[in-house]
Design a protein around this ligand. Structure first.
Ligand code: ATP
Length: 220
């Protein structure tokens, strides 16, 4: 049985100014898990993710990350929104190369190892024929794949995705779930995905938690 904890959340509470958003939350994510975190608008999903990513500090309680490189072992794929659309001409290859920089500490010329990493990430997300295409010319589903590849080049052990299925058509959603399943099962990457659509994730993930009334509830 695989029961190595990757993320441990203990008695976590958080508030913005006077508004308590999360109250006494406990959650363990184990190595190899494929977890969905559901909840209605304003339930606190993004807040919990920000706490996990160390962008916010808990009011009470603690969050422990047991990836090899601590927070650097987490790959984060933010939500695809209109404002996150890049309107300058950057190719798919160039965009994915940006994912290498947090680890490489500053800009430097890509070497052959970097290029190999980029091509292998492109291959993994099924976008190898698009490396020279402009990111802006891609569909929502293709953009999401490219953003996942950008995160994967930094070889995370734990992938956190914020509403990855938003703005994507039905067929693309299906193949994106297939890709995430492959990343989880064949590459051993633990996944935590935020969504507000239970139906969508039900048959795809192995654990589902819901944030409701400031608490976290196990759904599956
Ligand atoms: N920076 C902030 N300052 C004050 N209140 C905030 C801030 N960010 C979020 N909130 C409030 O905290 C609560 C939880 O918001 P959060 O964005 O975490 O919910 P969510 O579940 O991610 O919602 P959505 O599905 O709409 O993204 C909401 O009531 C929201 O208005």
């Amino acid at each position: 049985m695989n029961n190595k904890i990757l993320l441990e959340i203990k008695d976590l509470s958080f508030k913005y100014n006077s508004e308590l958003v999360l109250e006494n939350i406990n959650l363990n994510v184990y190595k190899g898990d494929y977890v969905a975190l559901i909840g209605s608008n304003g339930a606190g999903k993004s807040t919990l993710i920000k706490l996990i990513l160390n962008q916010l500090k808990p009011l009470e309680g603690e969050i422990k990350i047991y990836t090899e490189n601590g927070y650097a072992g987490i790959g984060y794929v933010p939500q695809l929104t209109i404002s996150s659309n890049l309107e300058f001409p950057i190719t798919v290859f160039e965009l994915i190369s940006l994912g290498l920089y947090p680890k490489n500490k500053g800009f430097r010329k890509l070497d052959d190892v970097d290029k190999e990493k980029i091509y292998s990430a492109l291959n993994l997300v099924g976008m190898k024929d698009f490396s020279n295409n402009l990111y802006t010319a891609l569909s929502g589903g293709q953009r999401q794949r490219v953003l996942i590849a950008k995160t994967l080049v930094a070889t995370p052990k734990f992938l956190v995705l914020d509403e990855p299925m938003t703005g994507i058509d039905k067929d693309s959603k299906k193949s994106l779930f297939k890709l995430l399943n492959h990343i989880n099962k064949s590459h051993g990457i633990t996944i935590l995905m935020i969504t507000h659509n239970l139906e969508e994730v039900e048959e795809n993930v192995n654990k589902i938690y819901q944030i409701k009334d400031k608490k976290i509830w196990e759904v599956k």
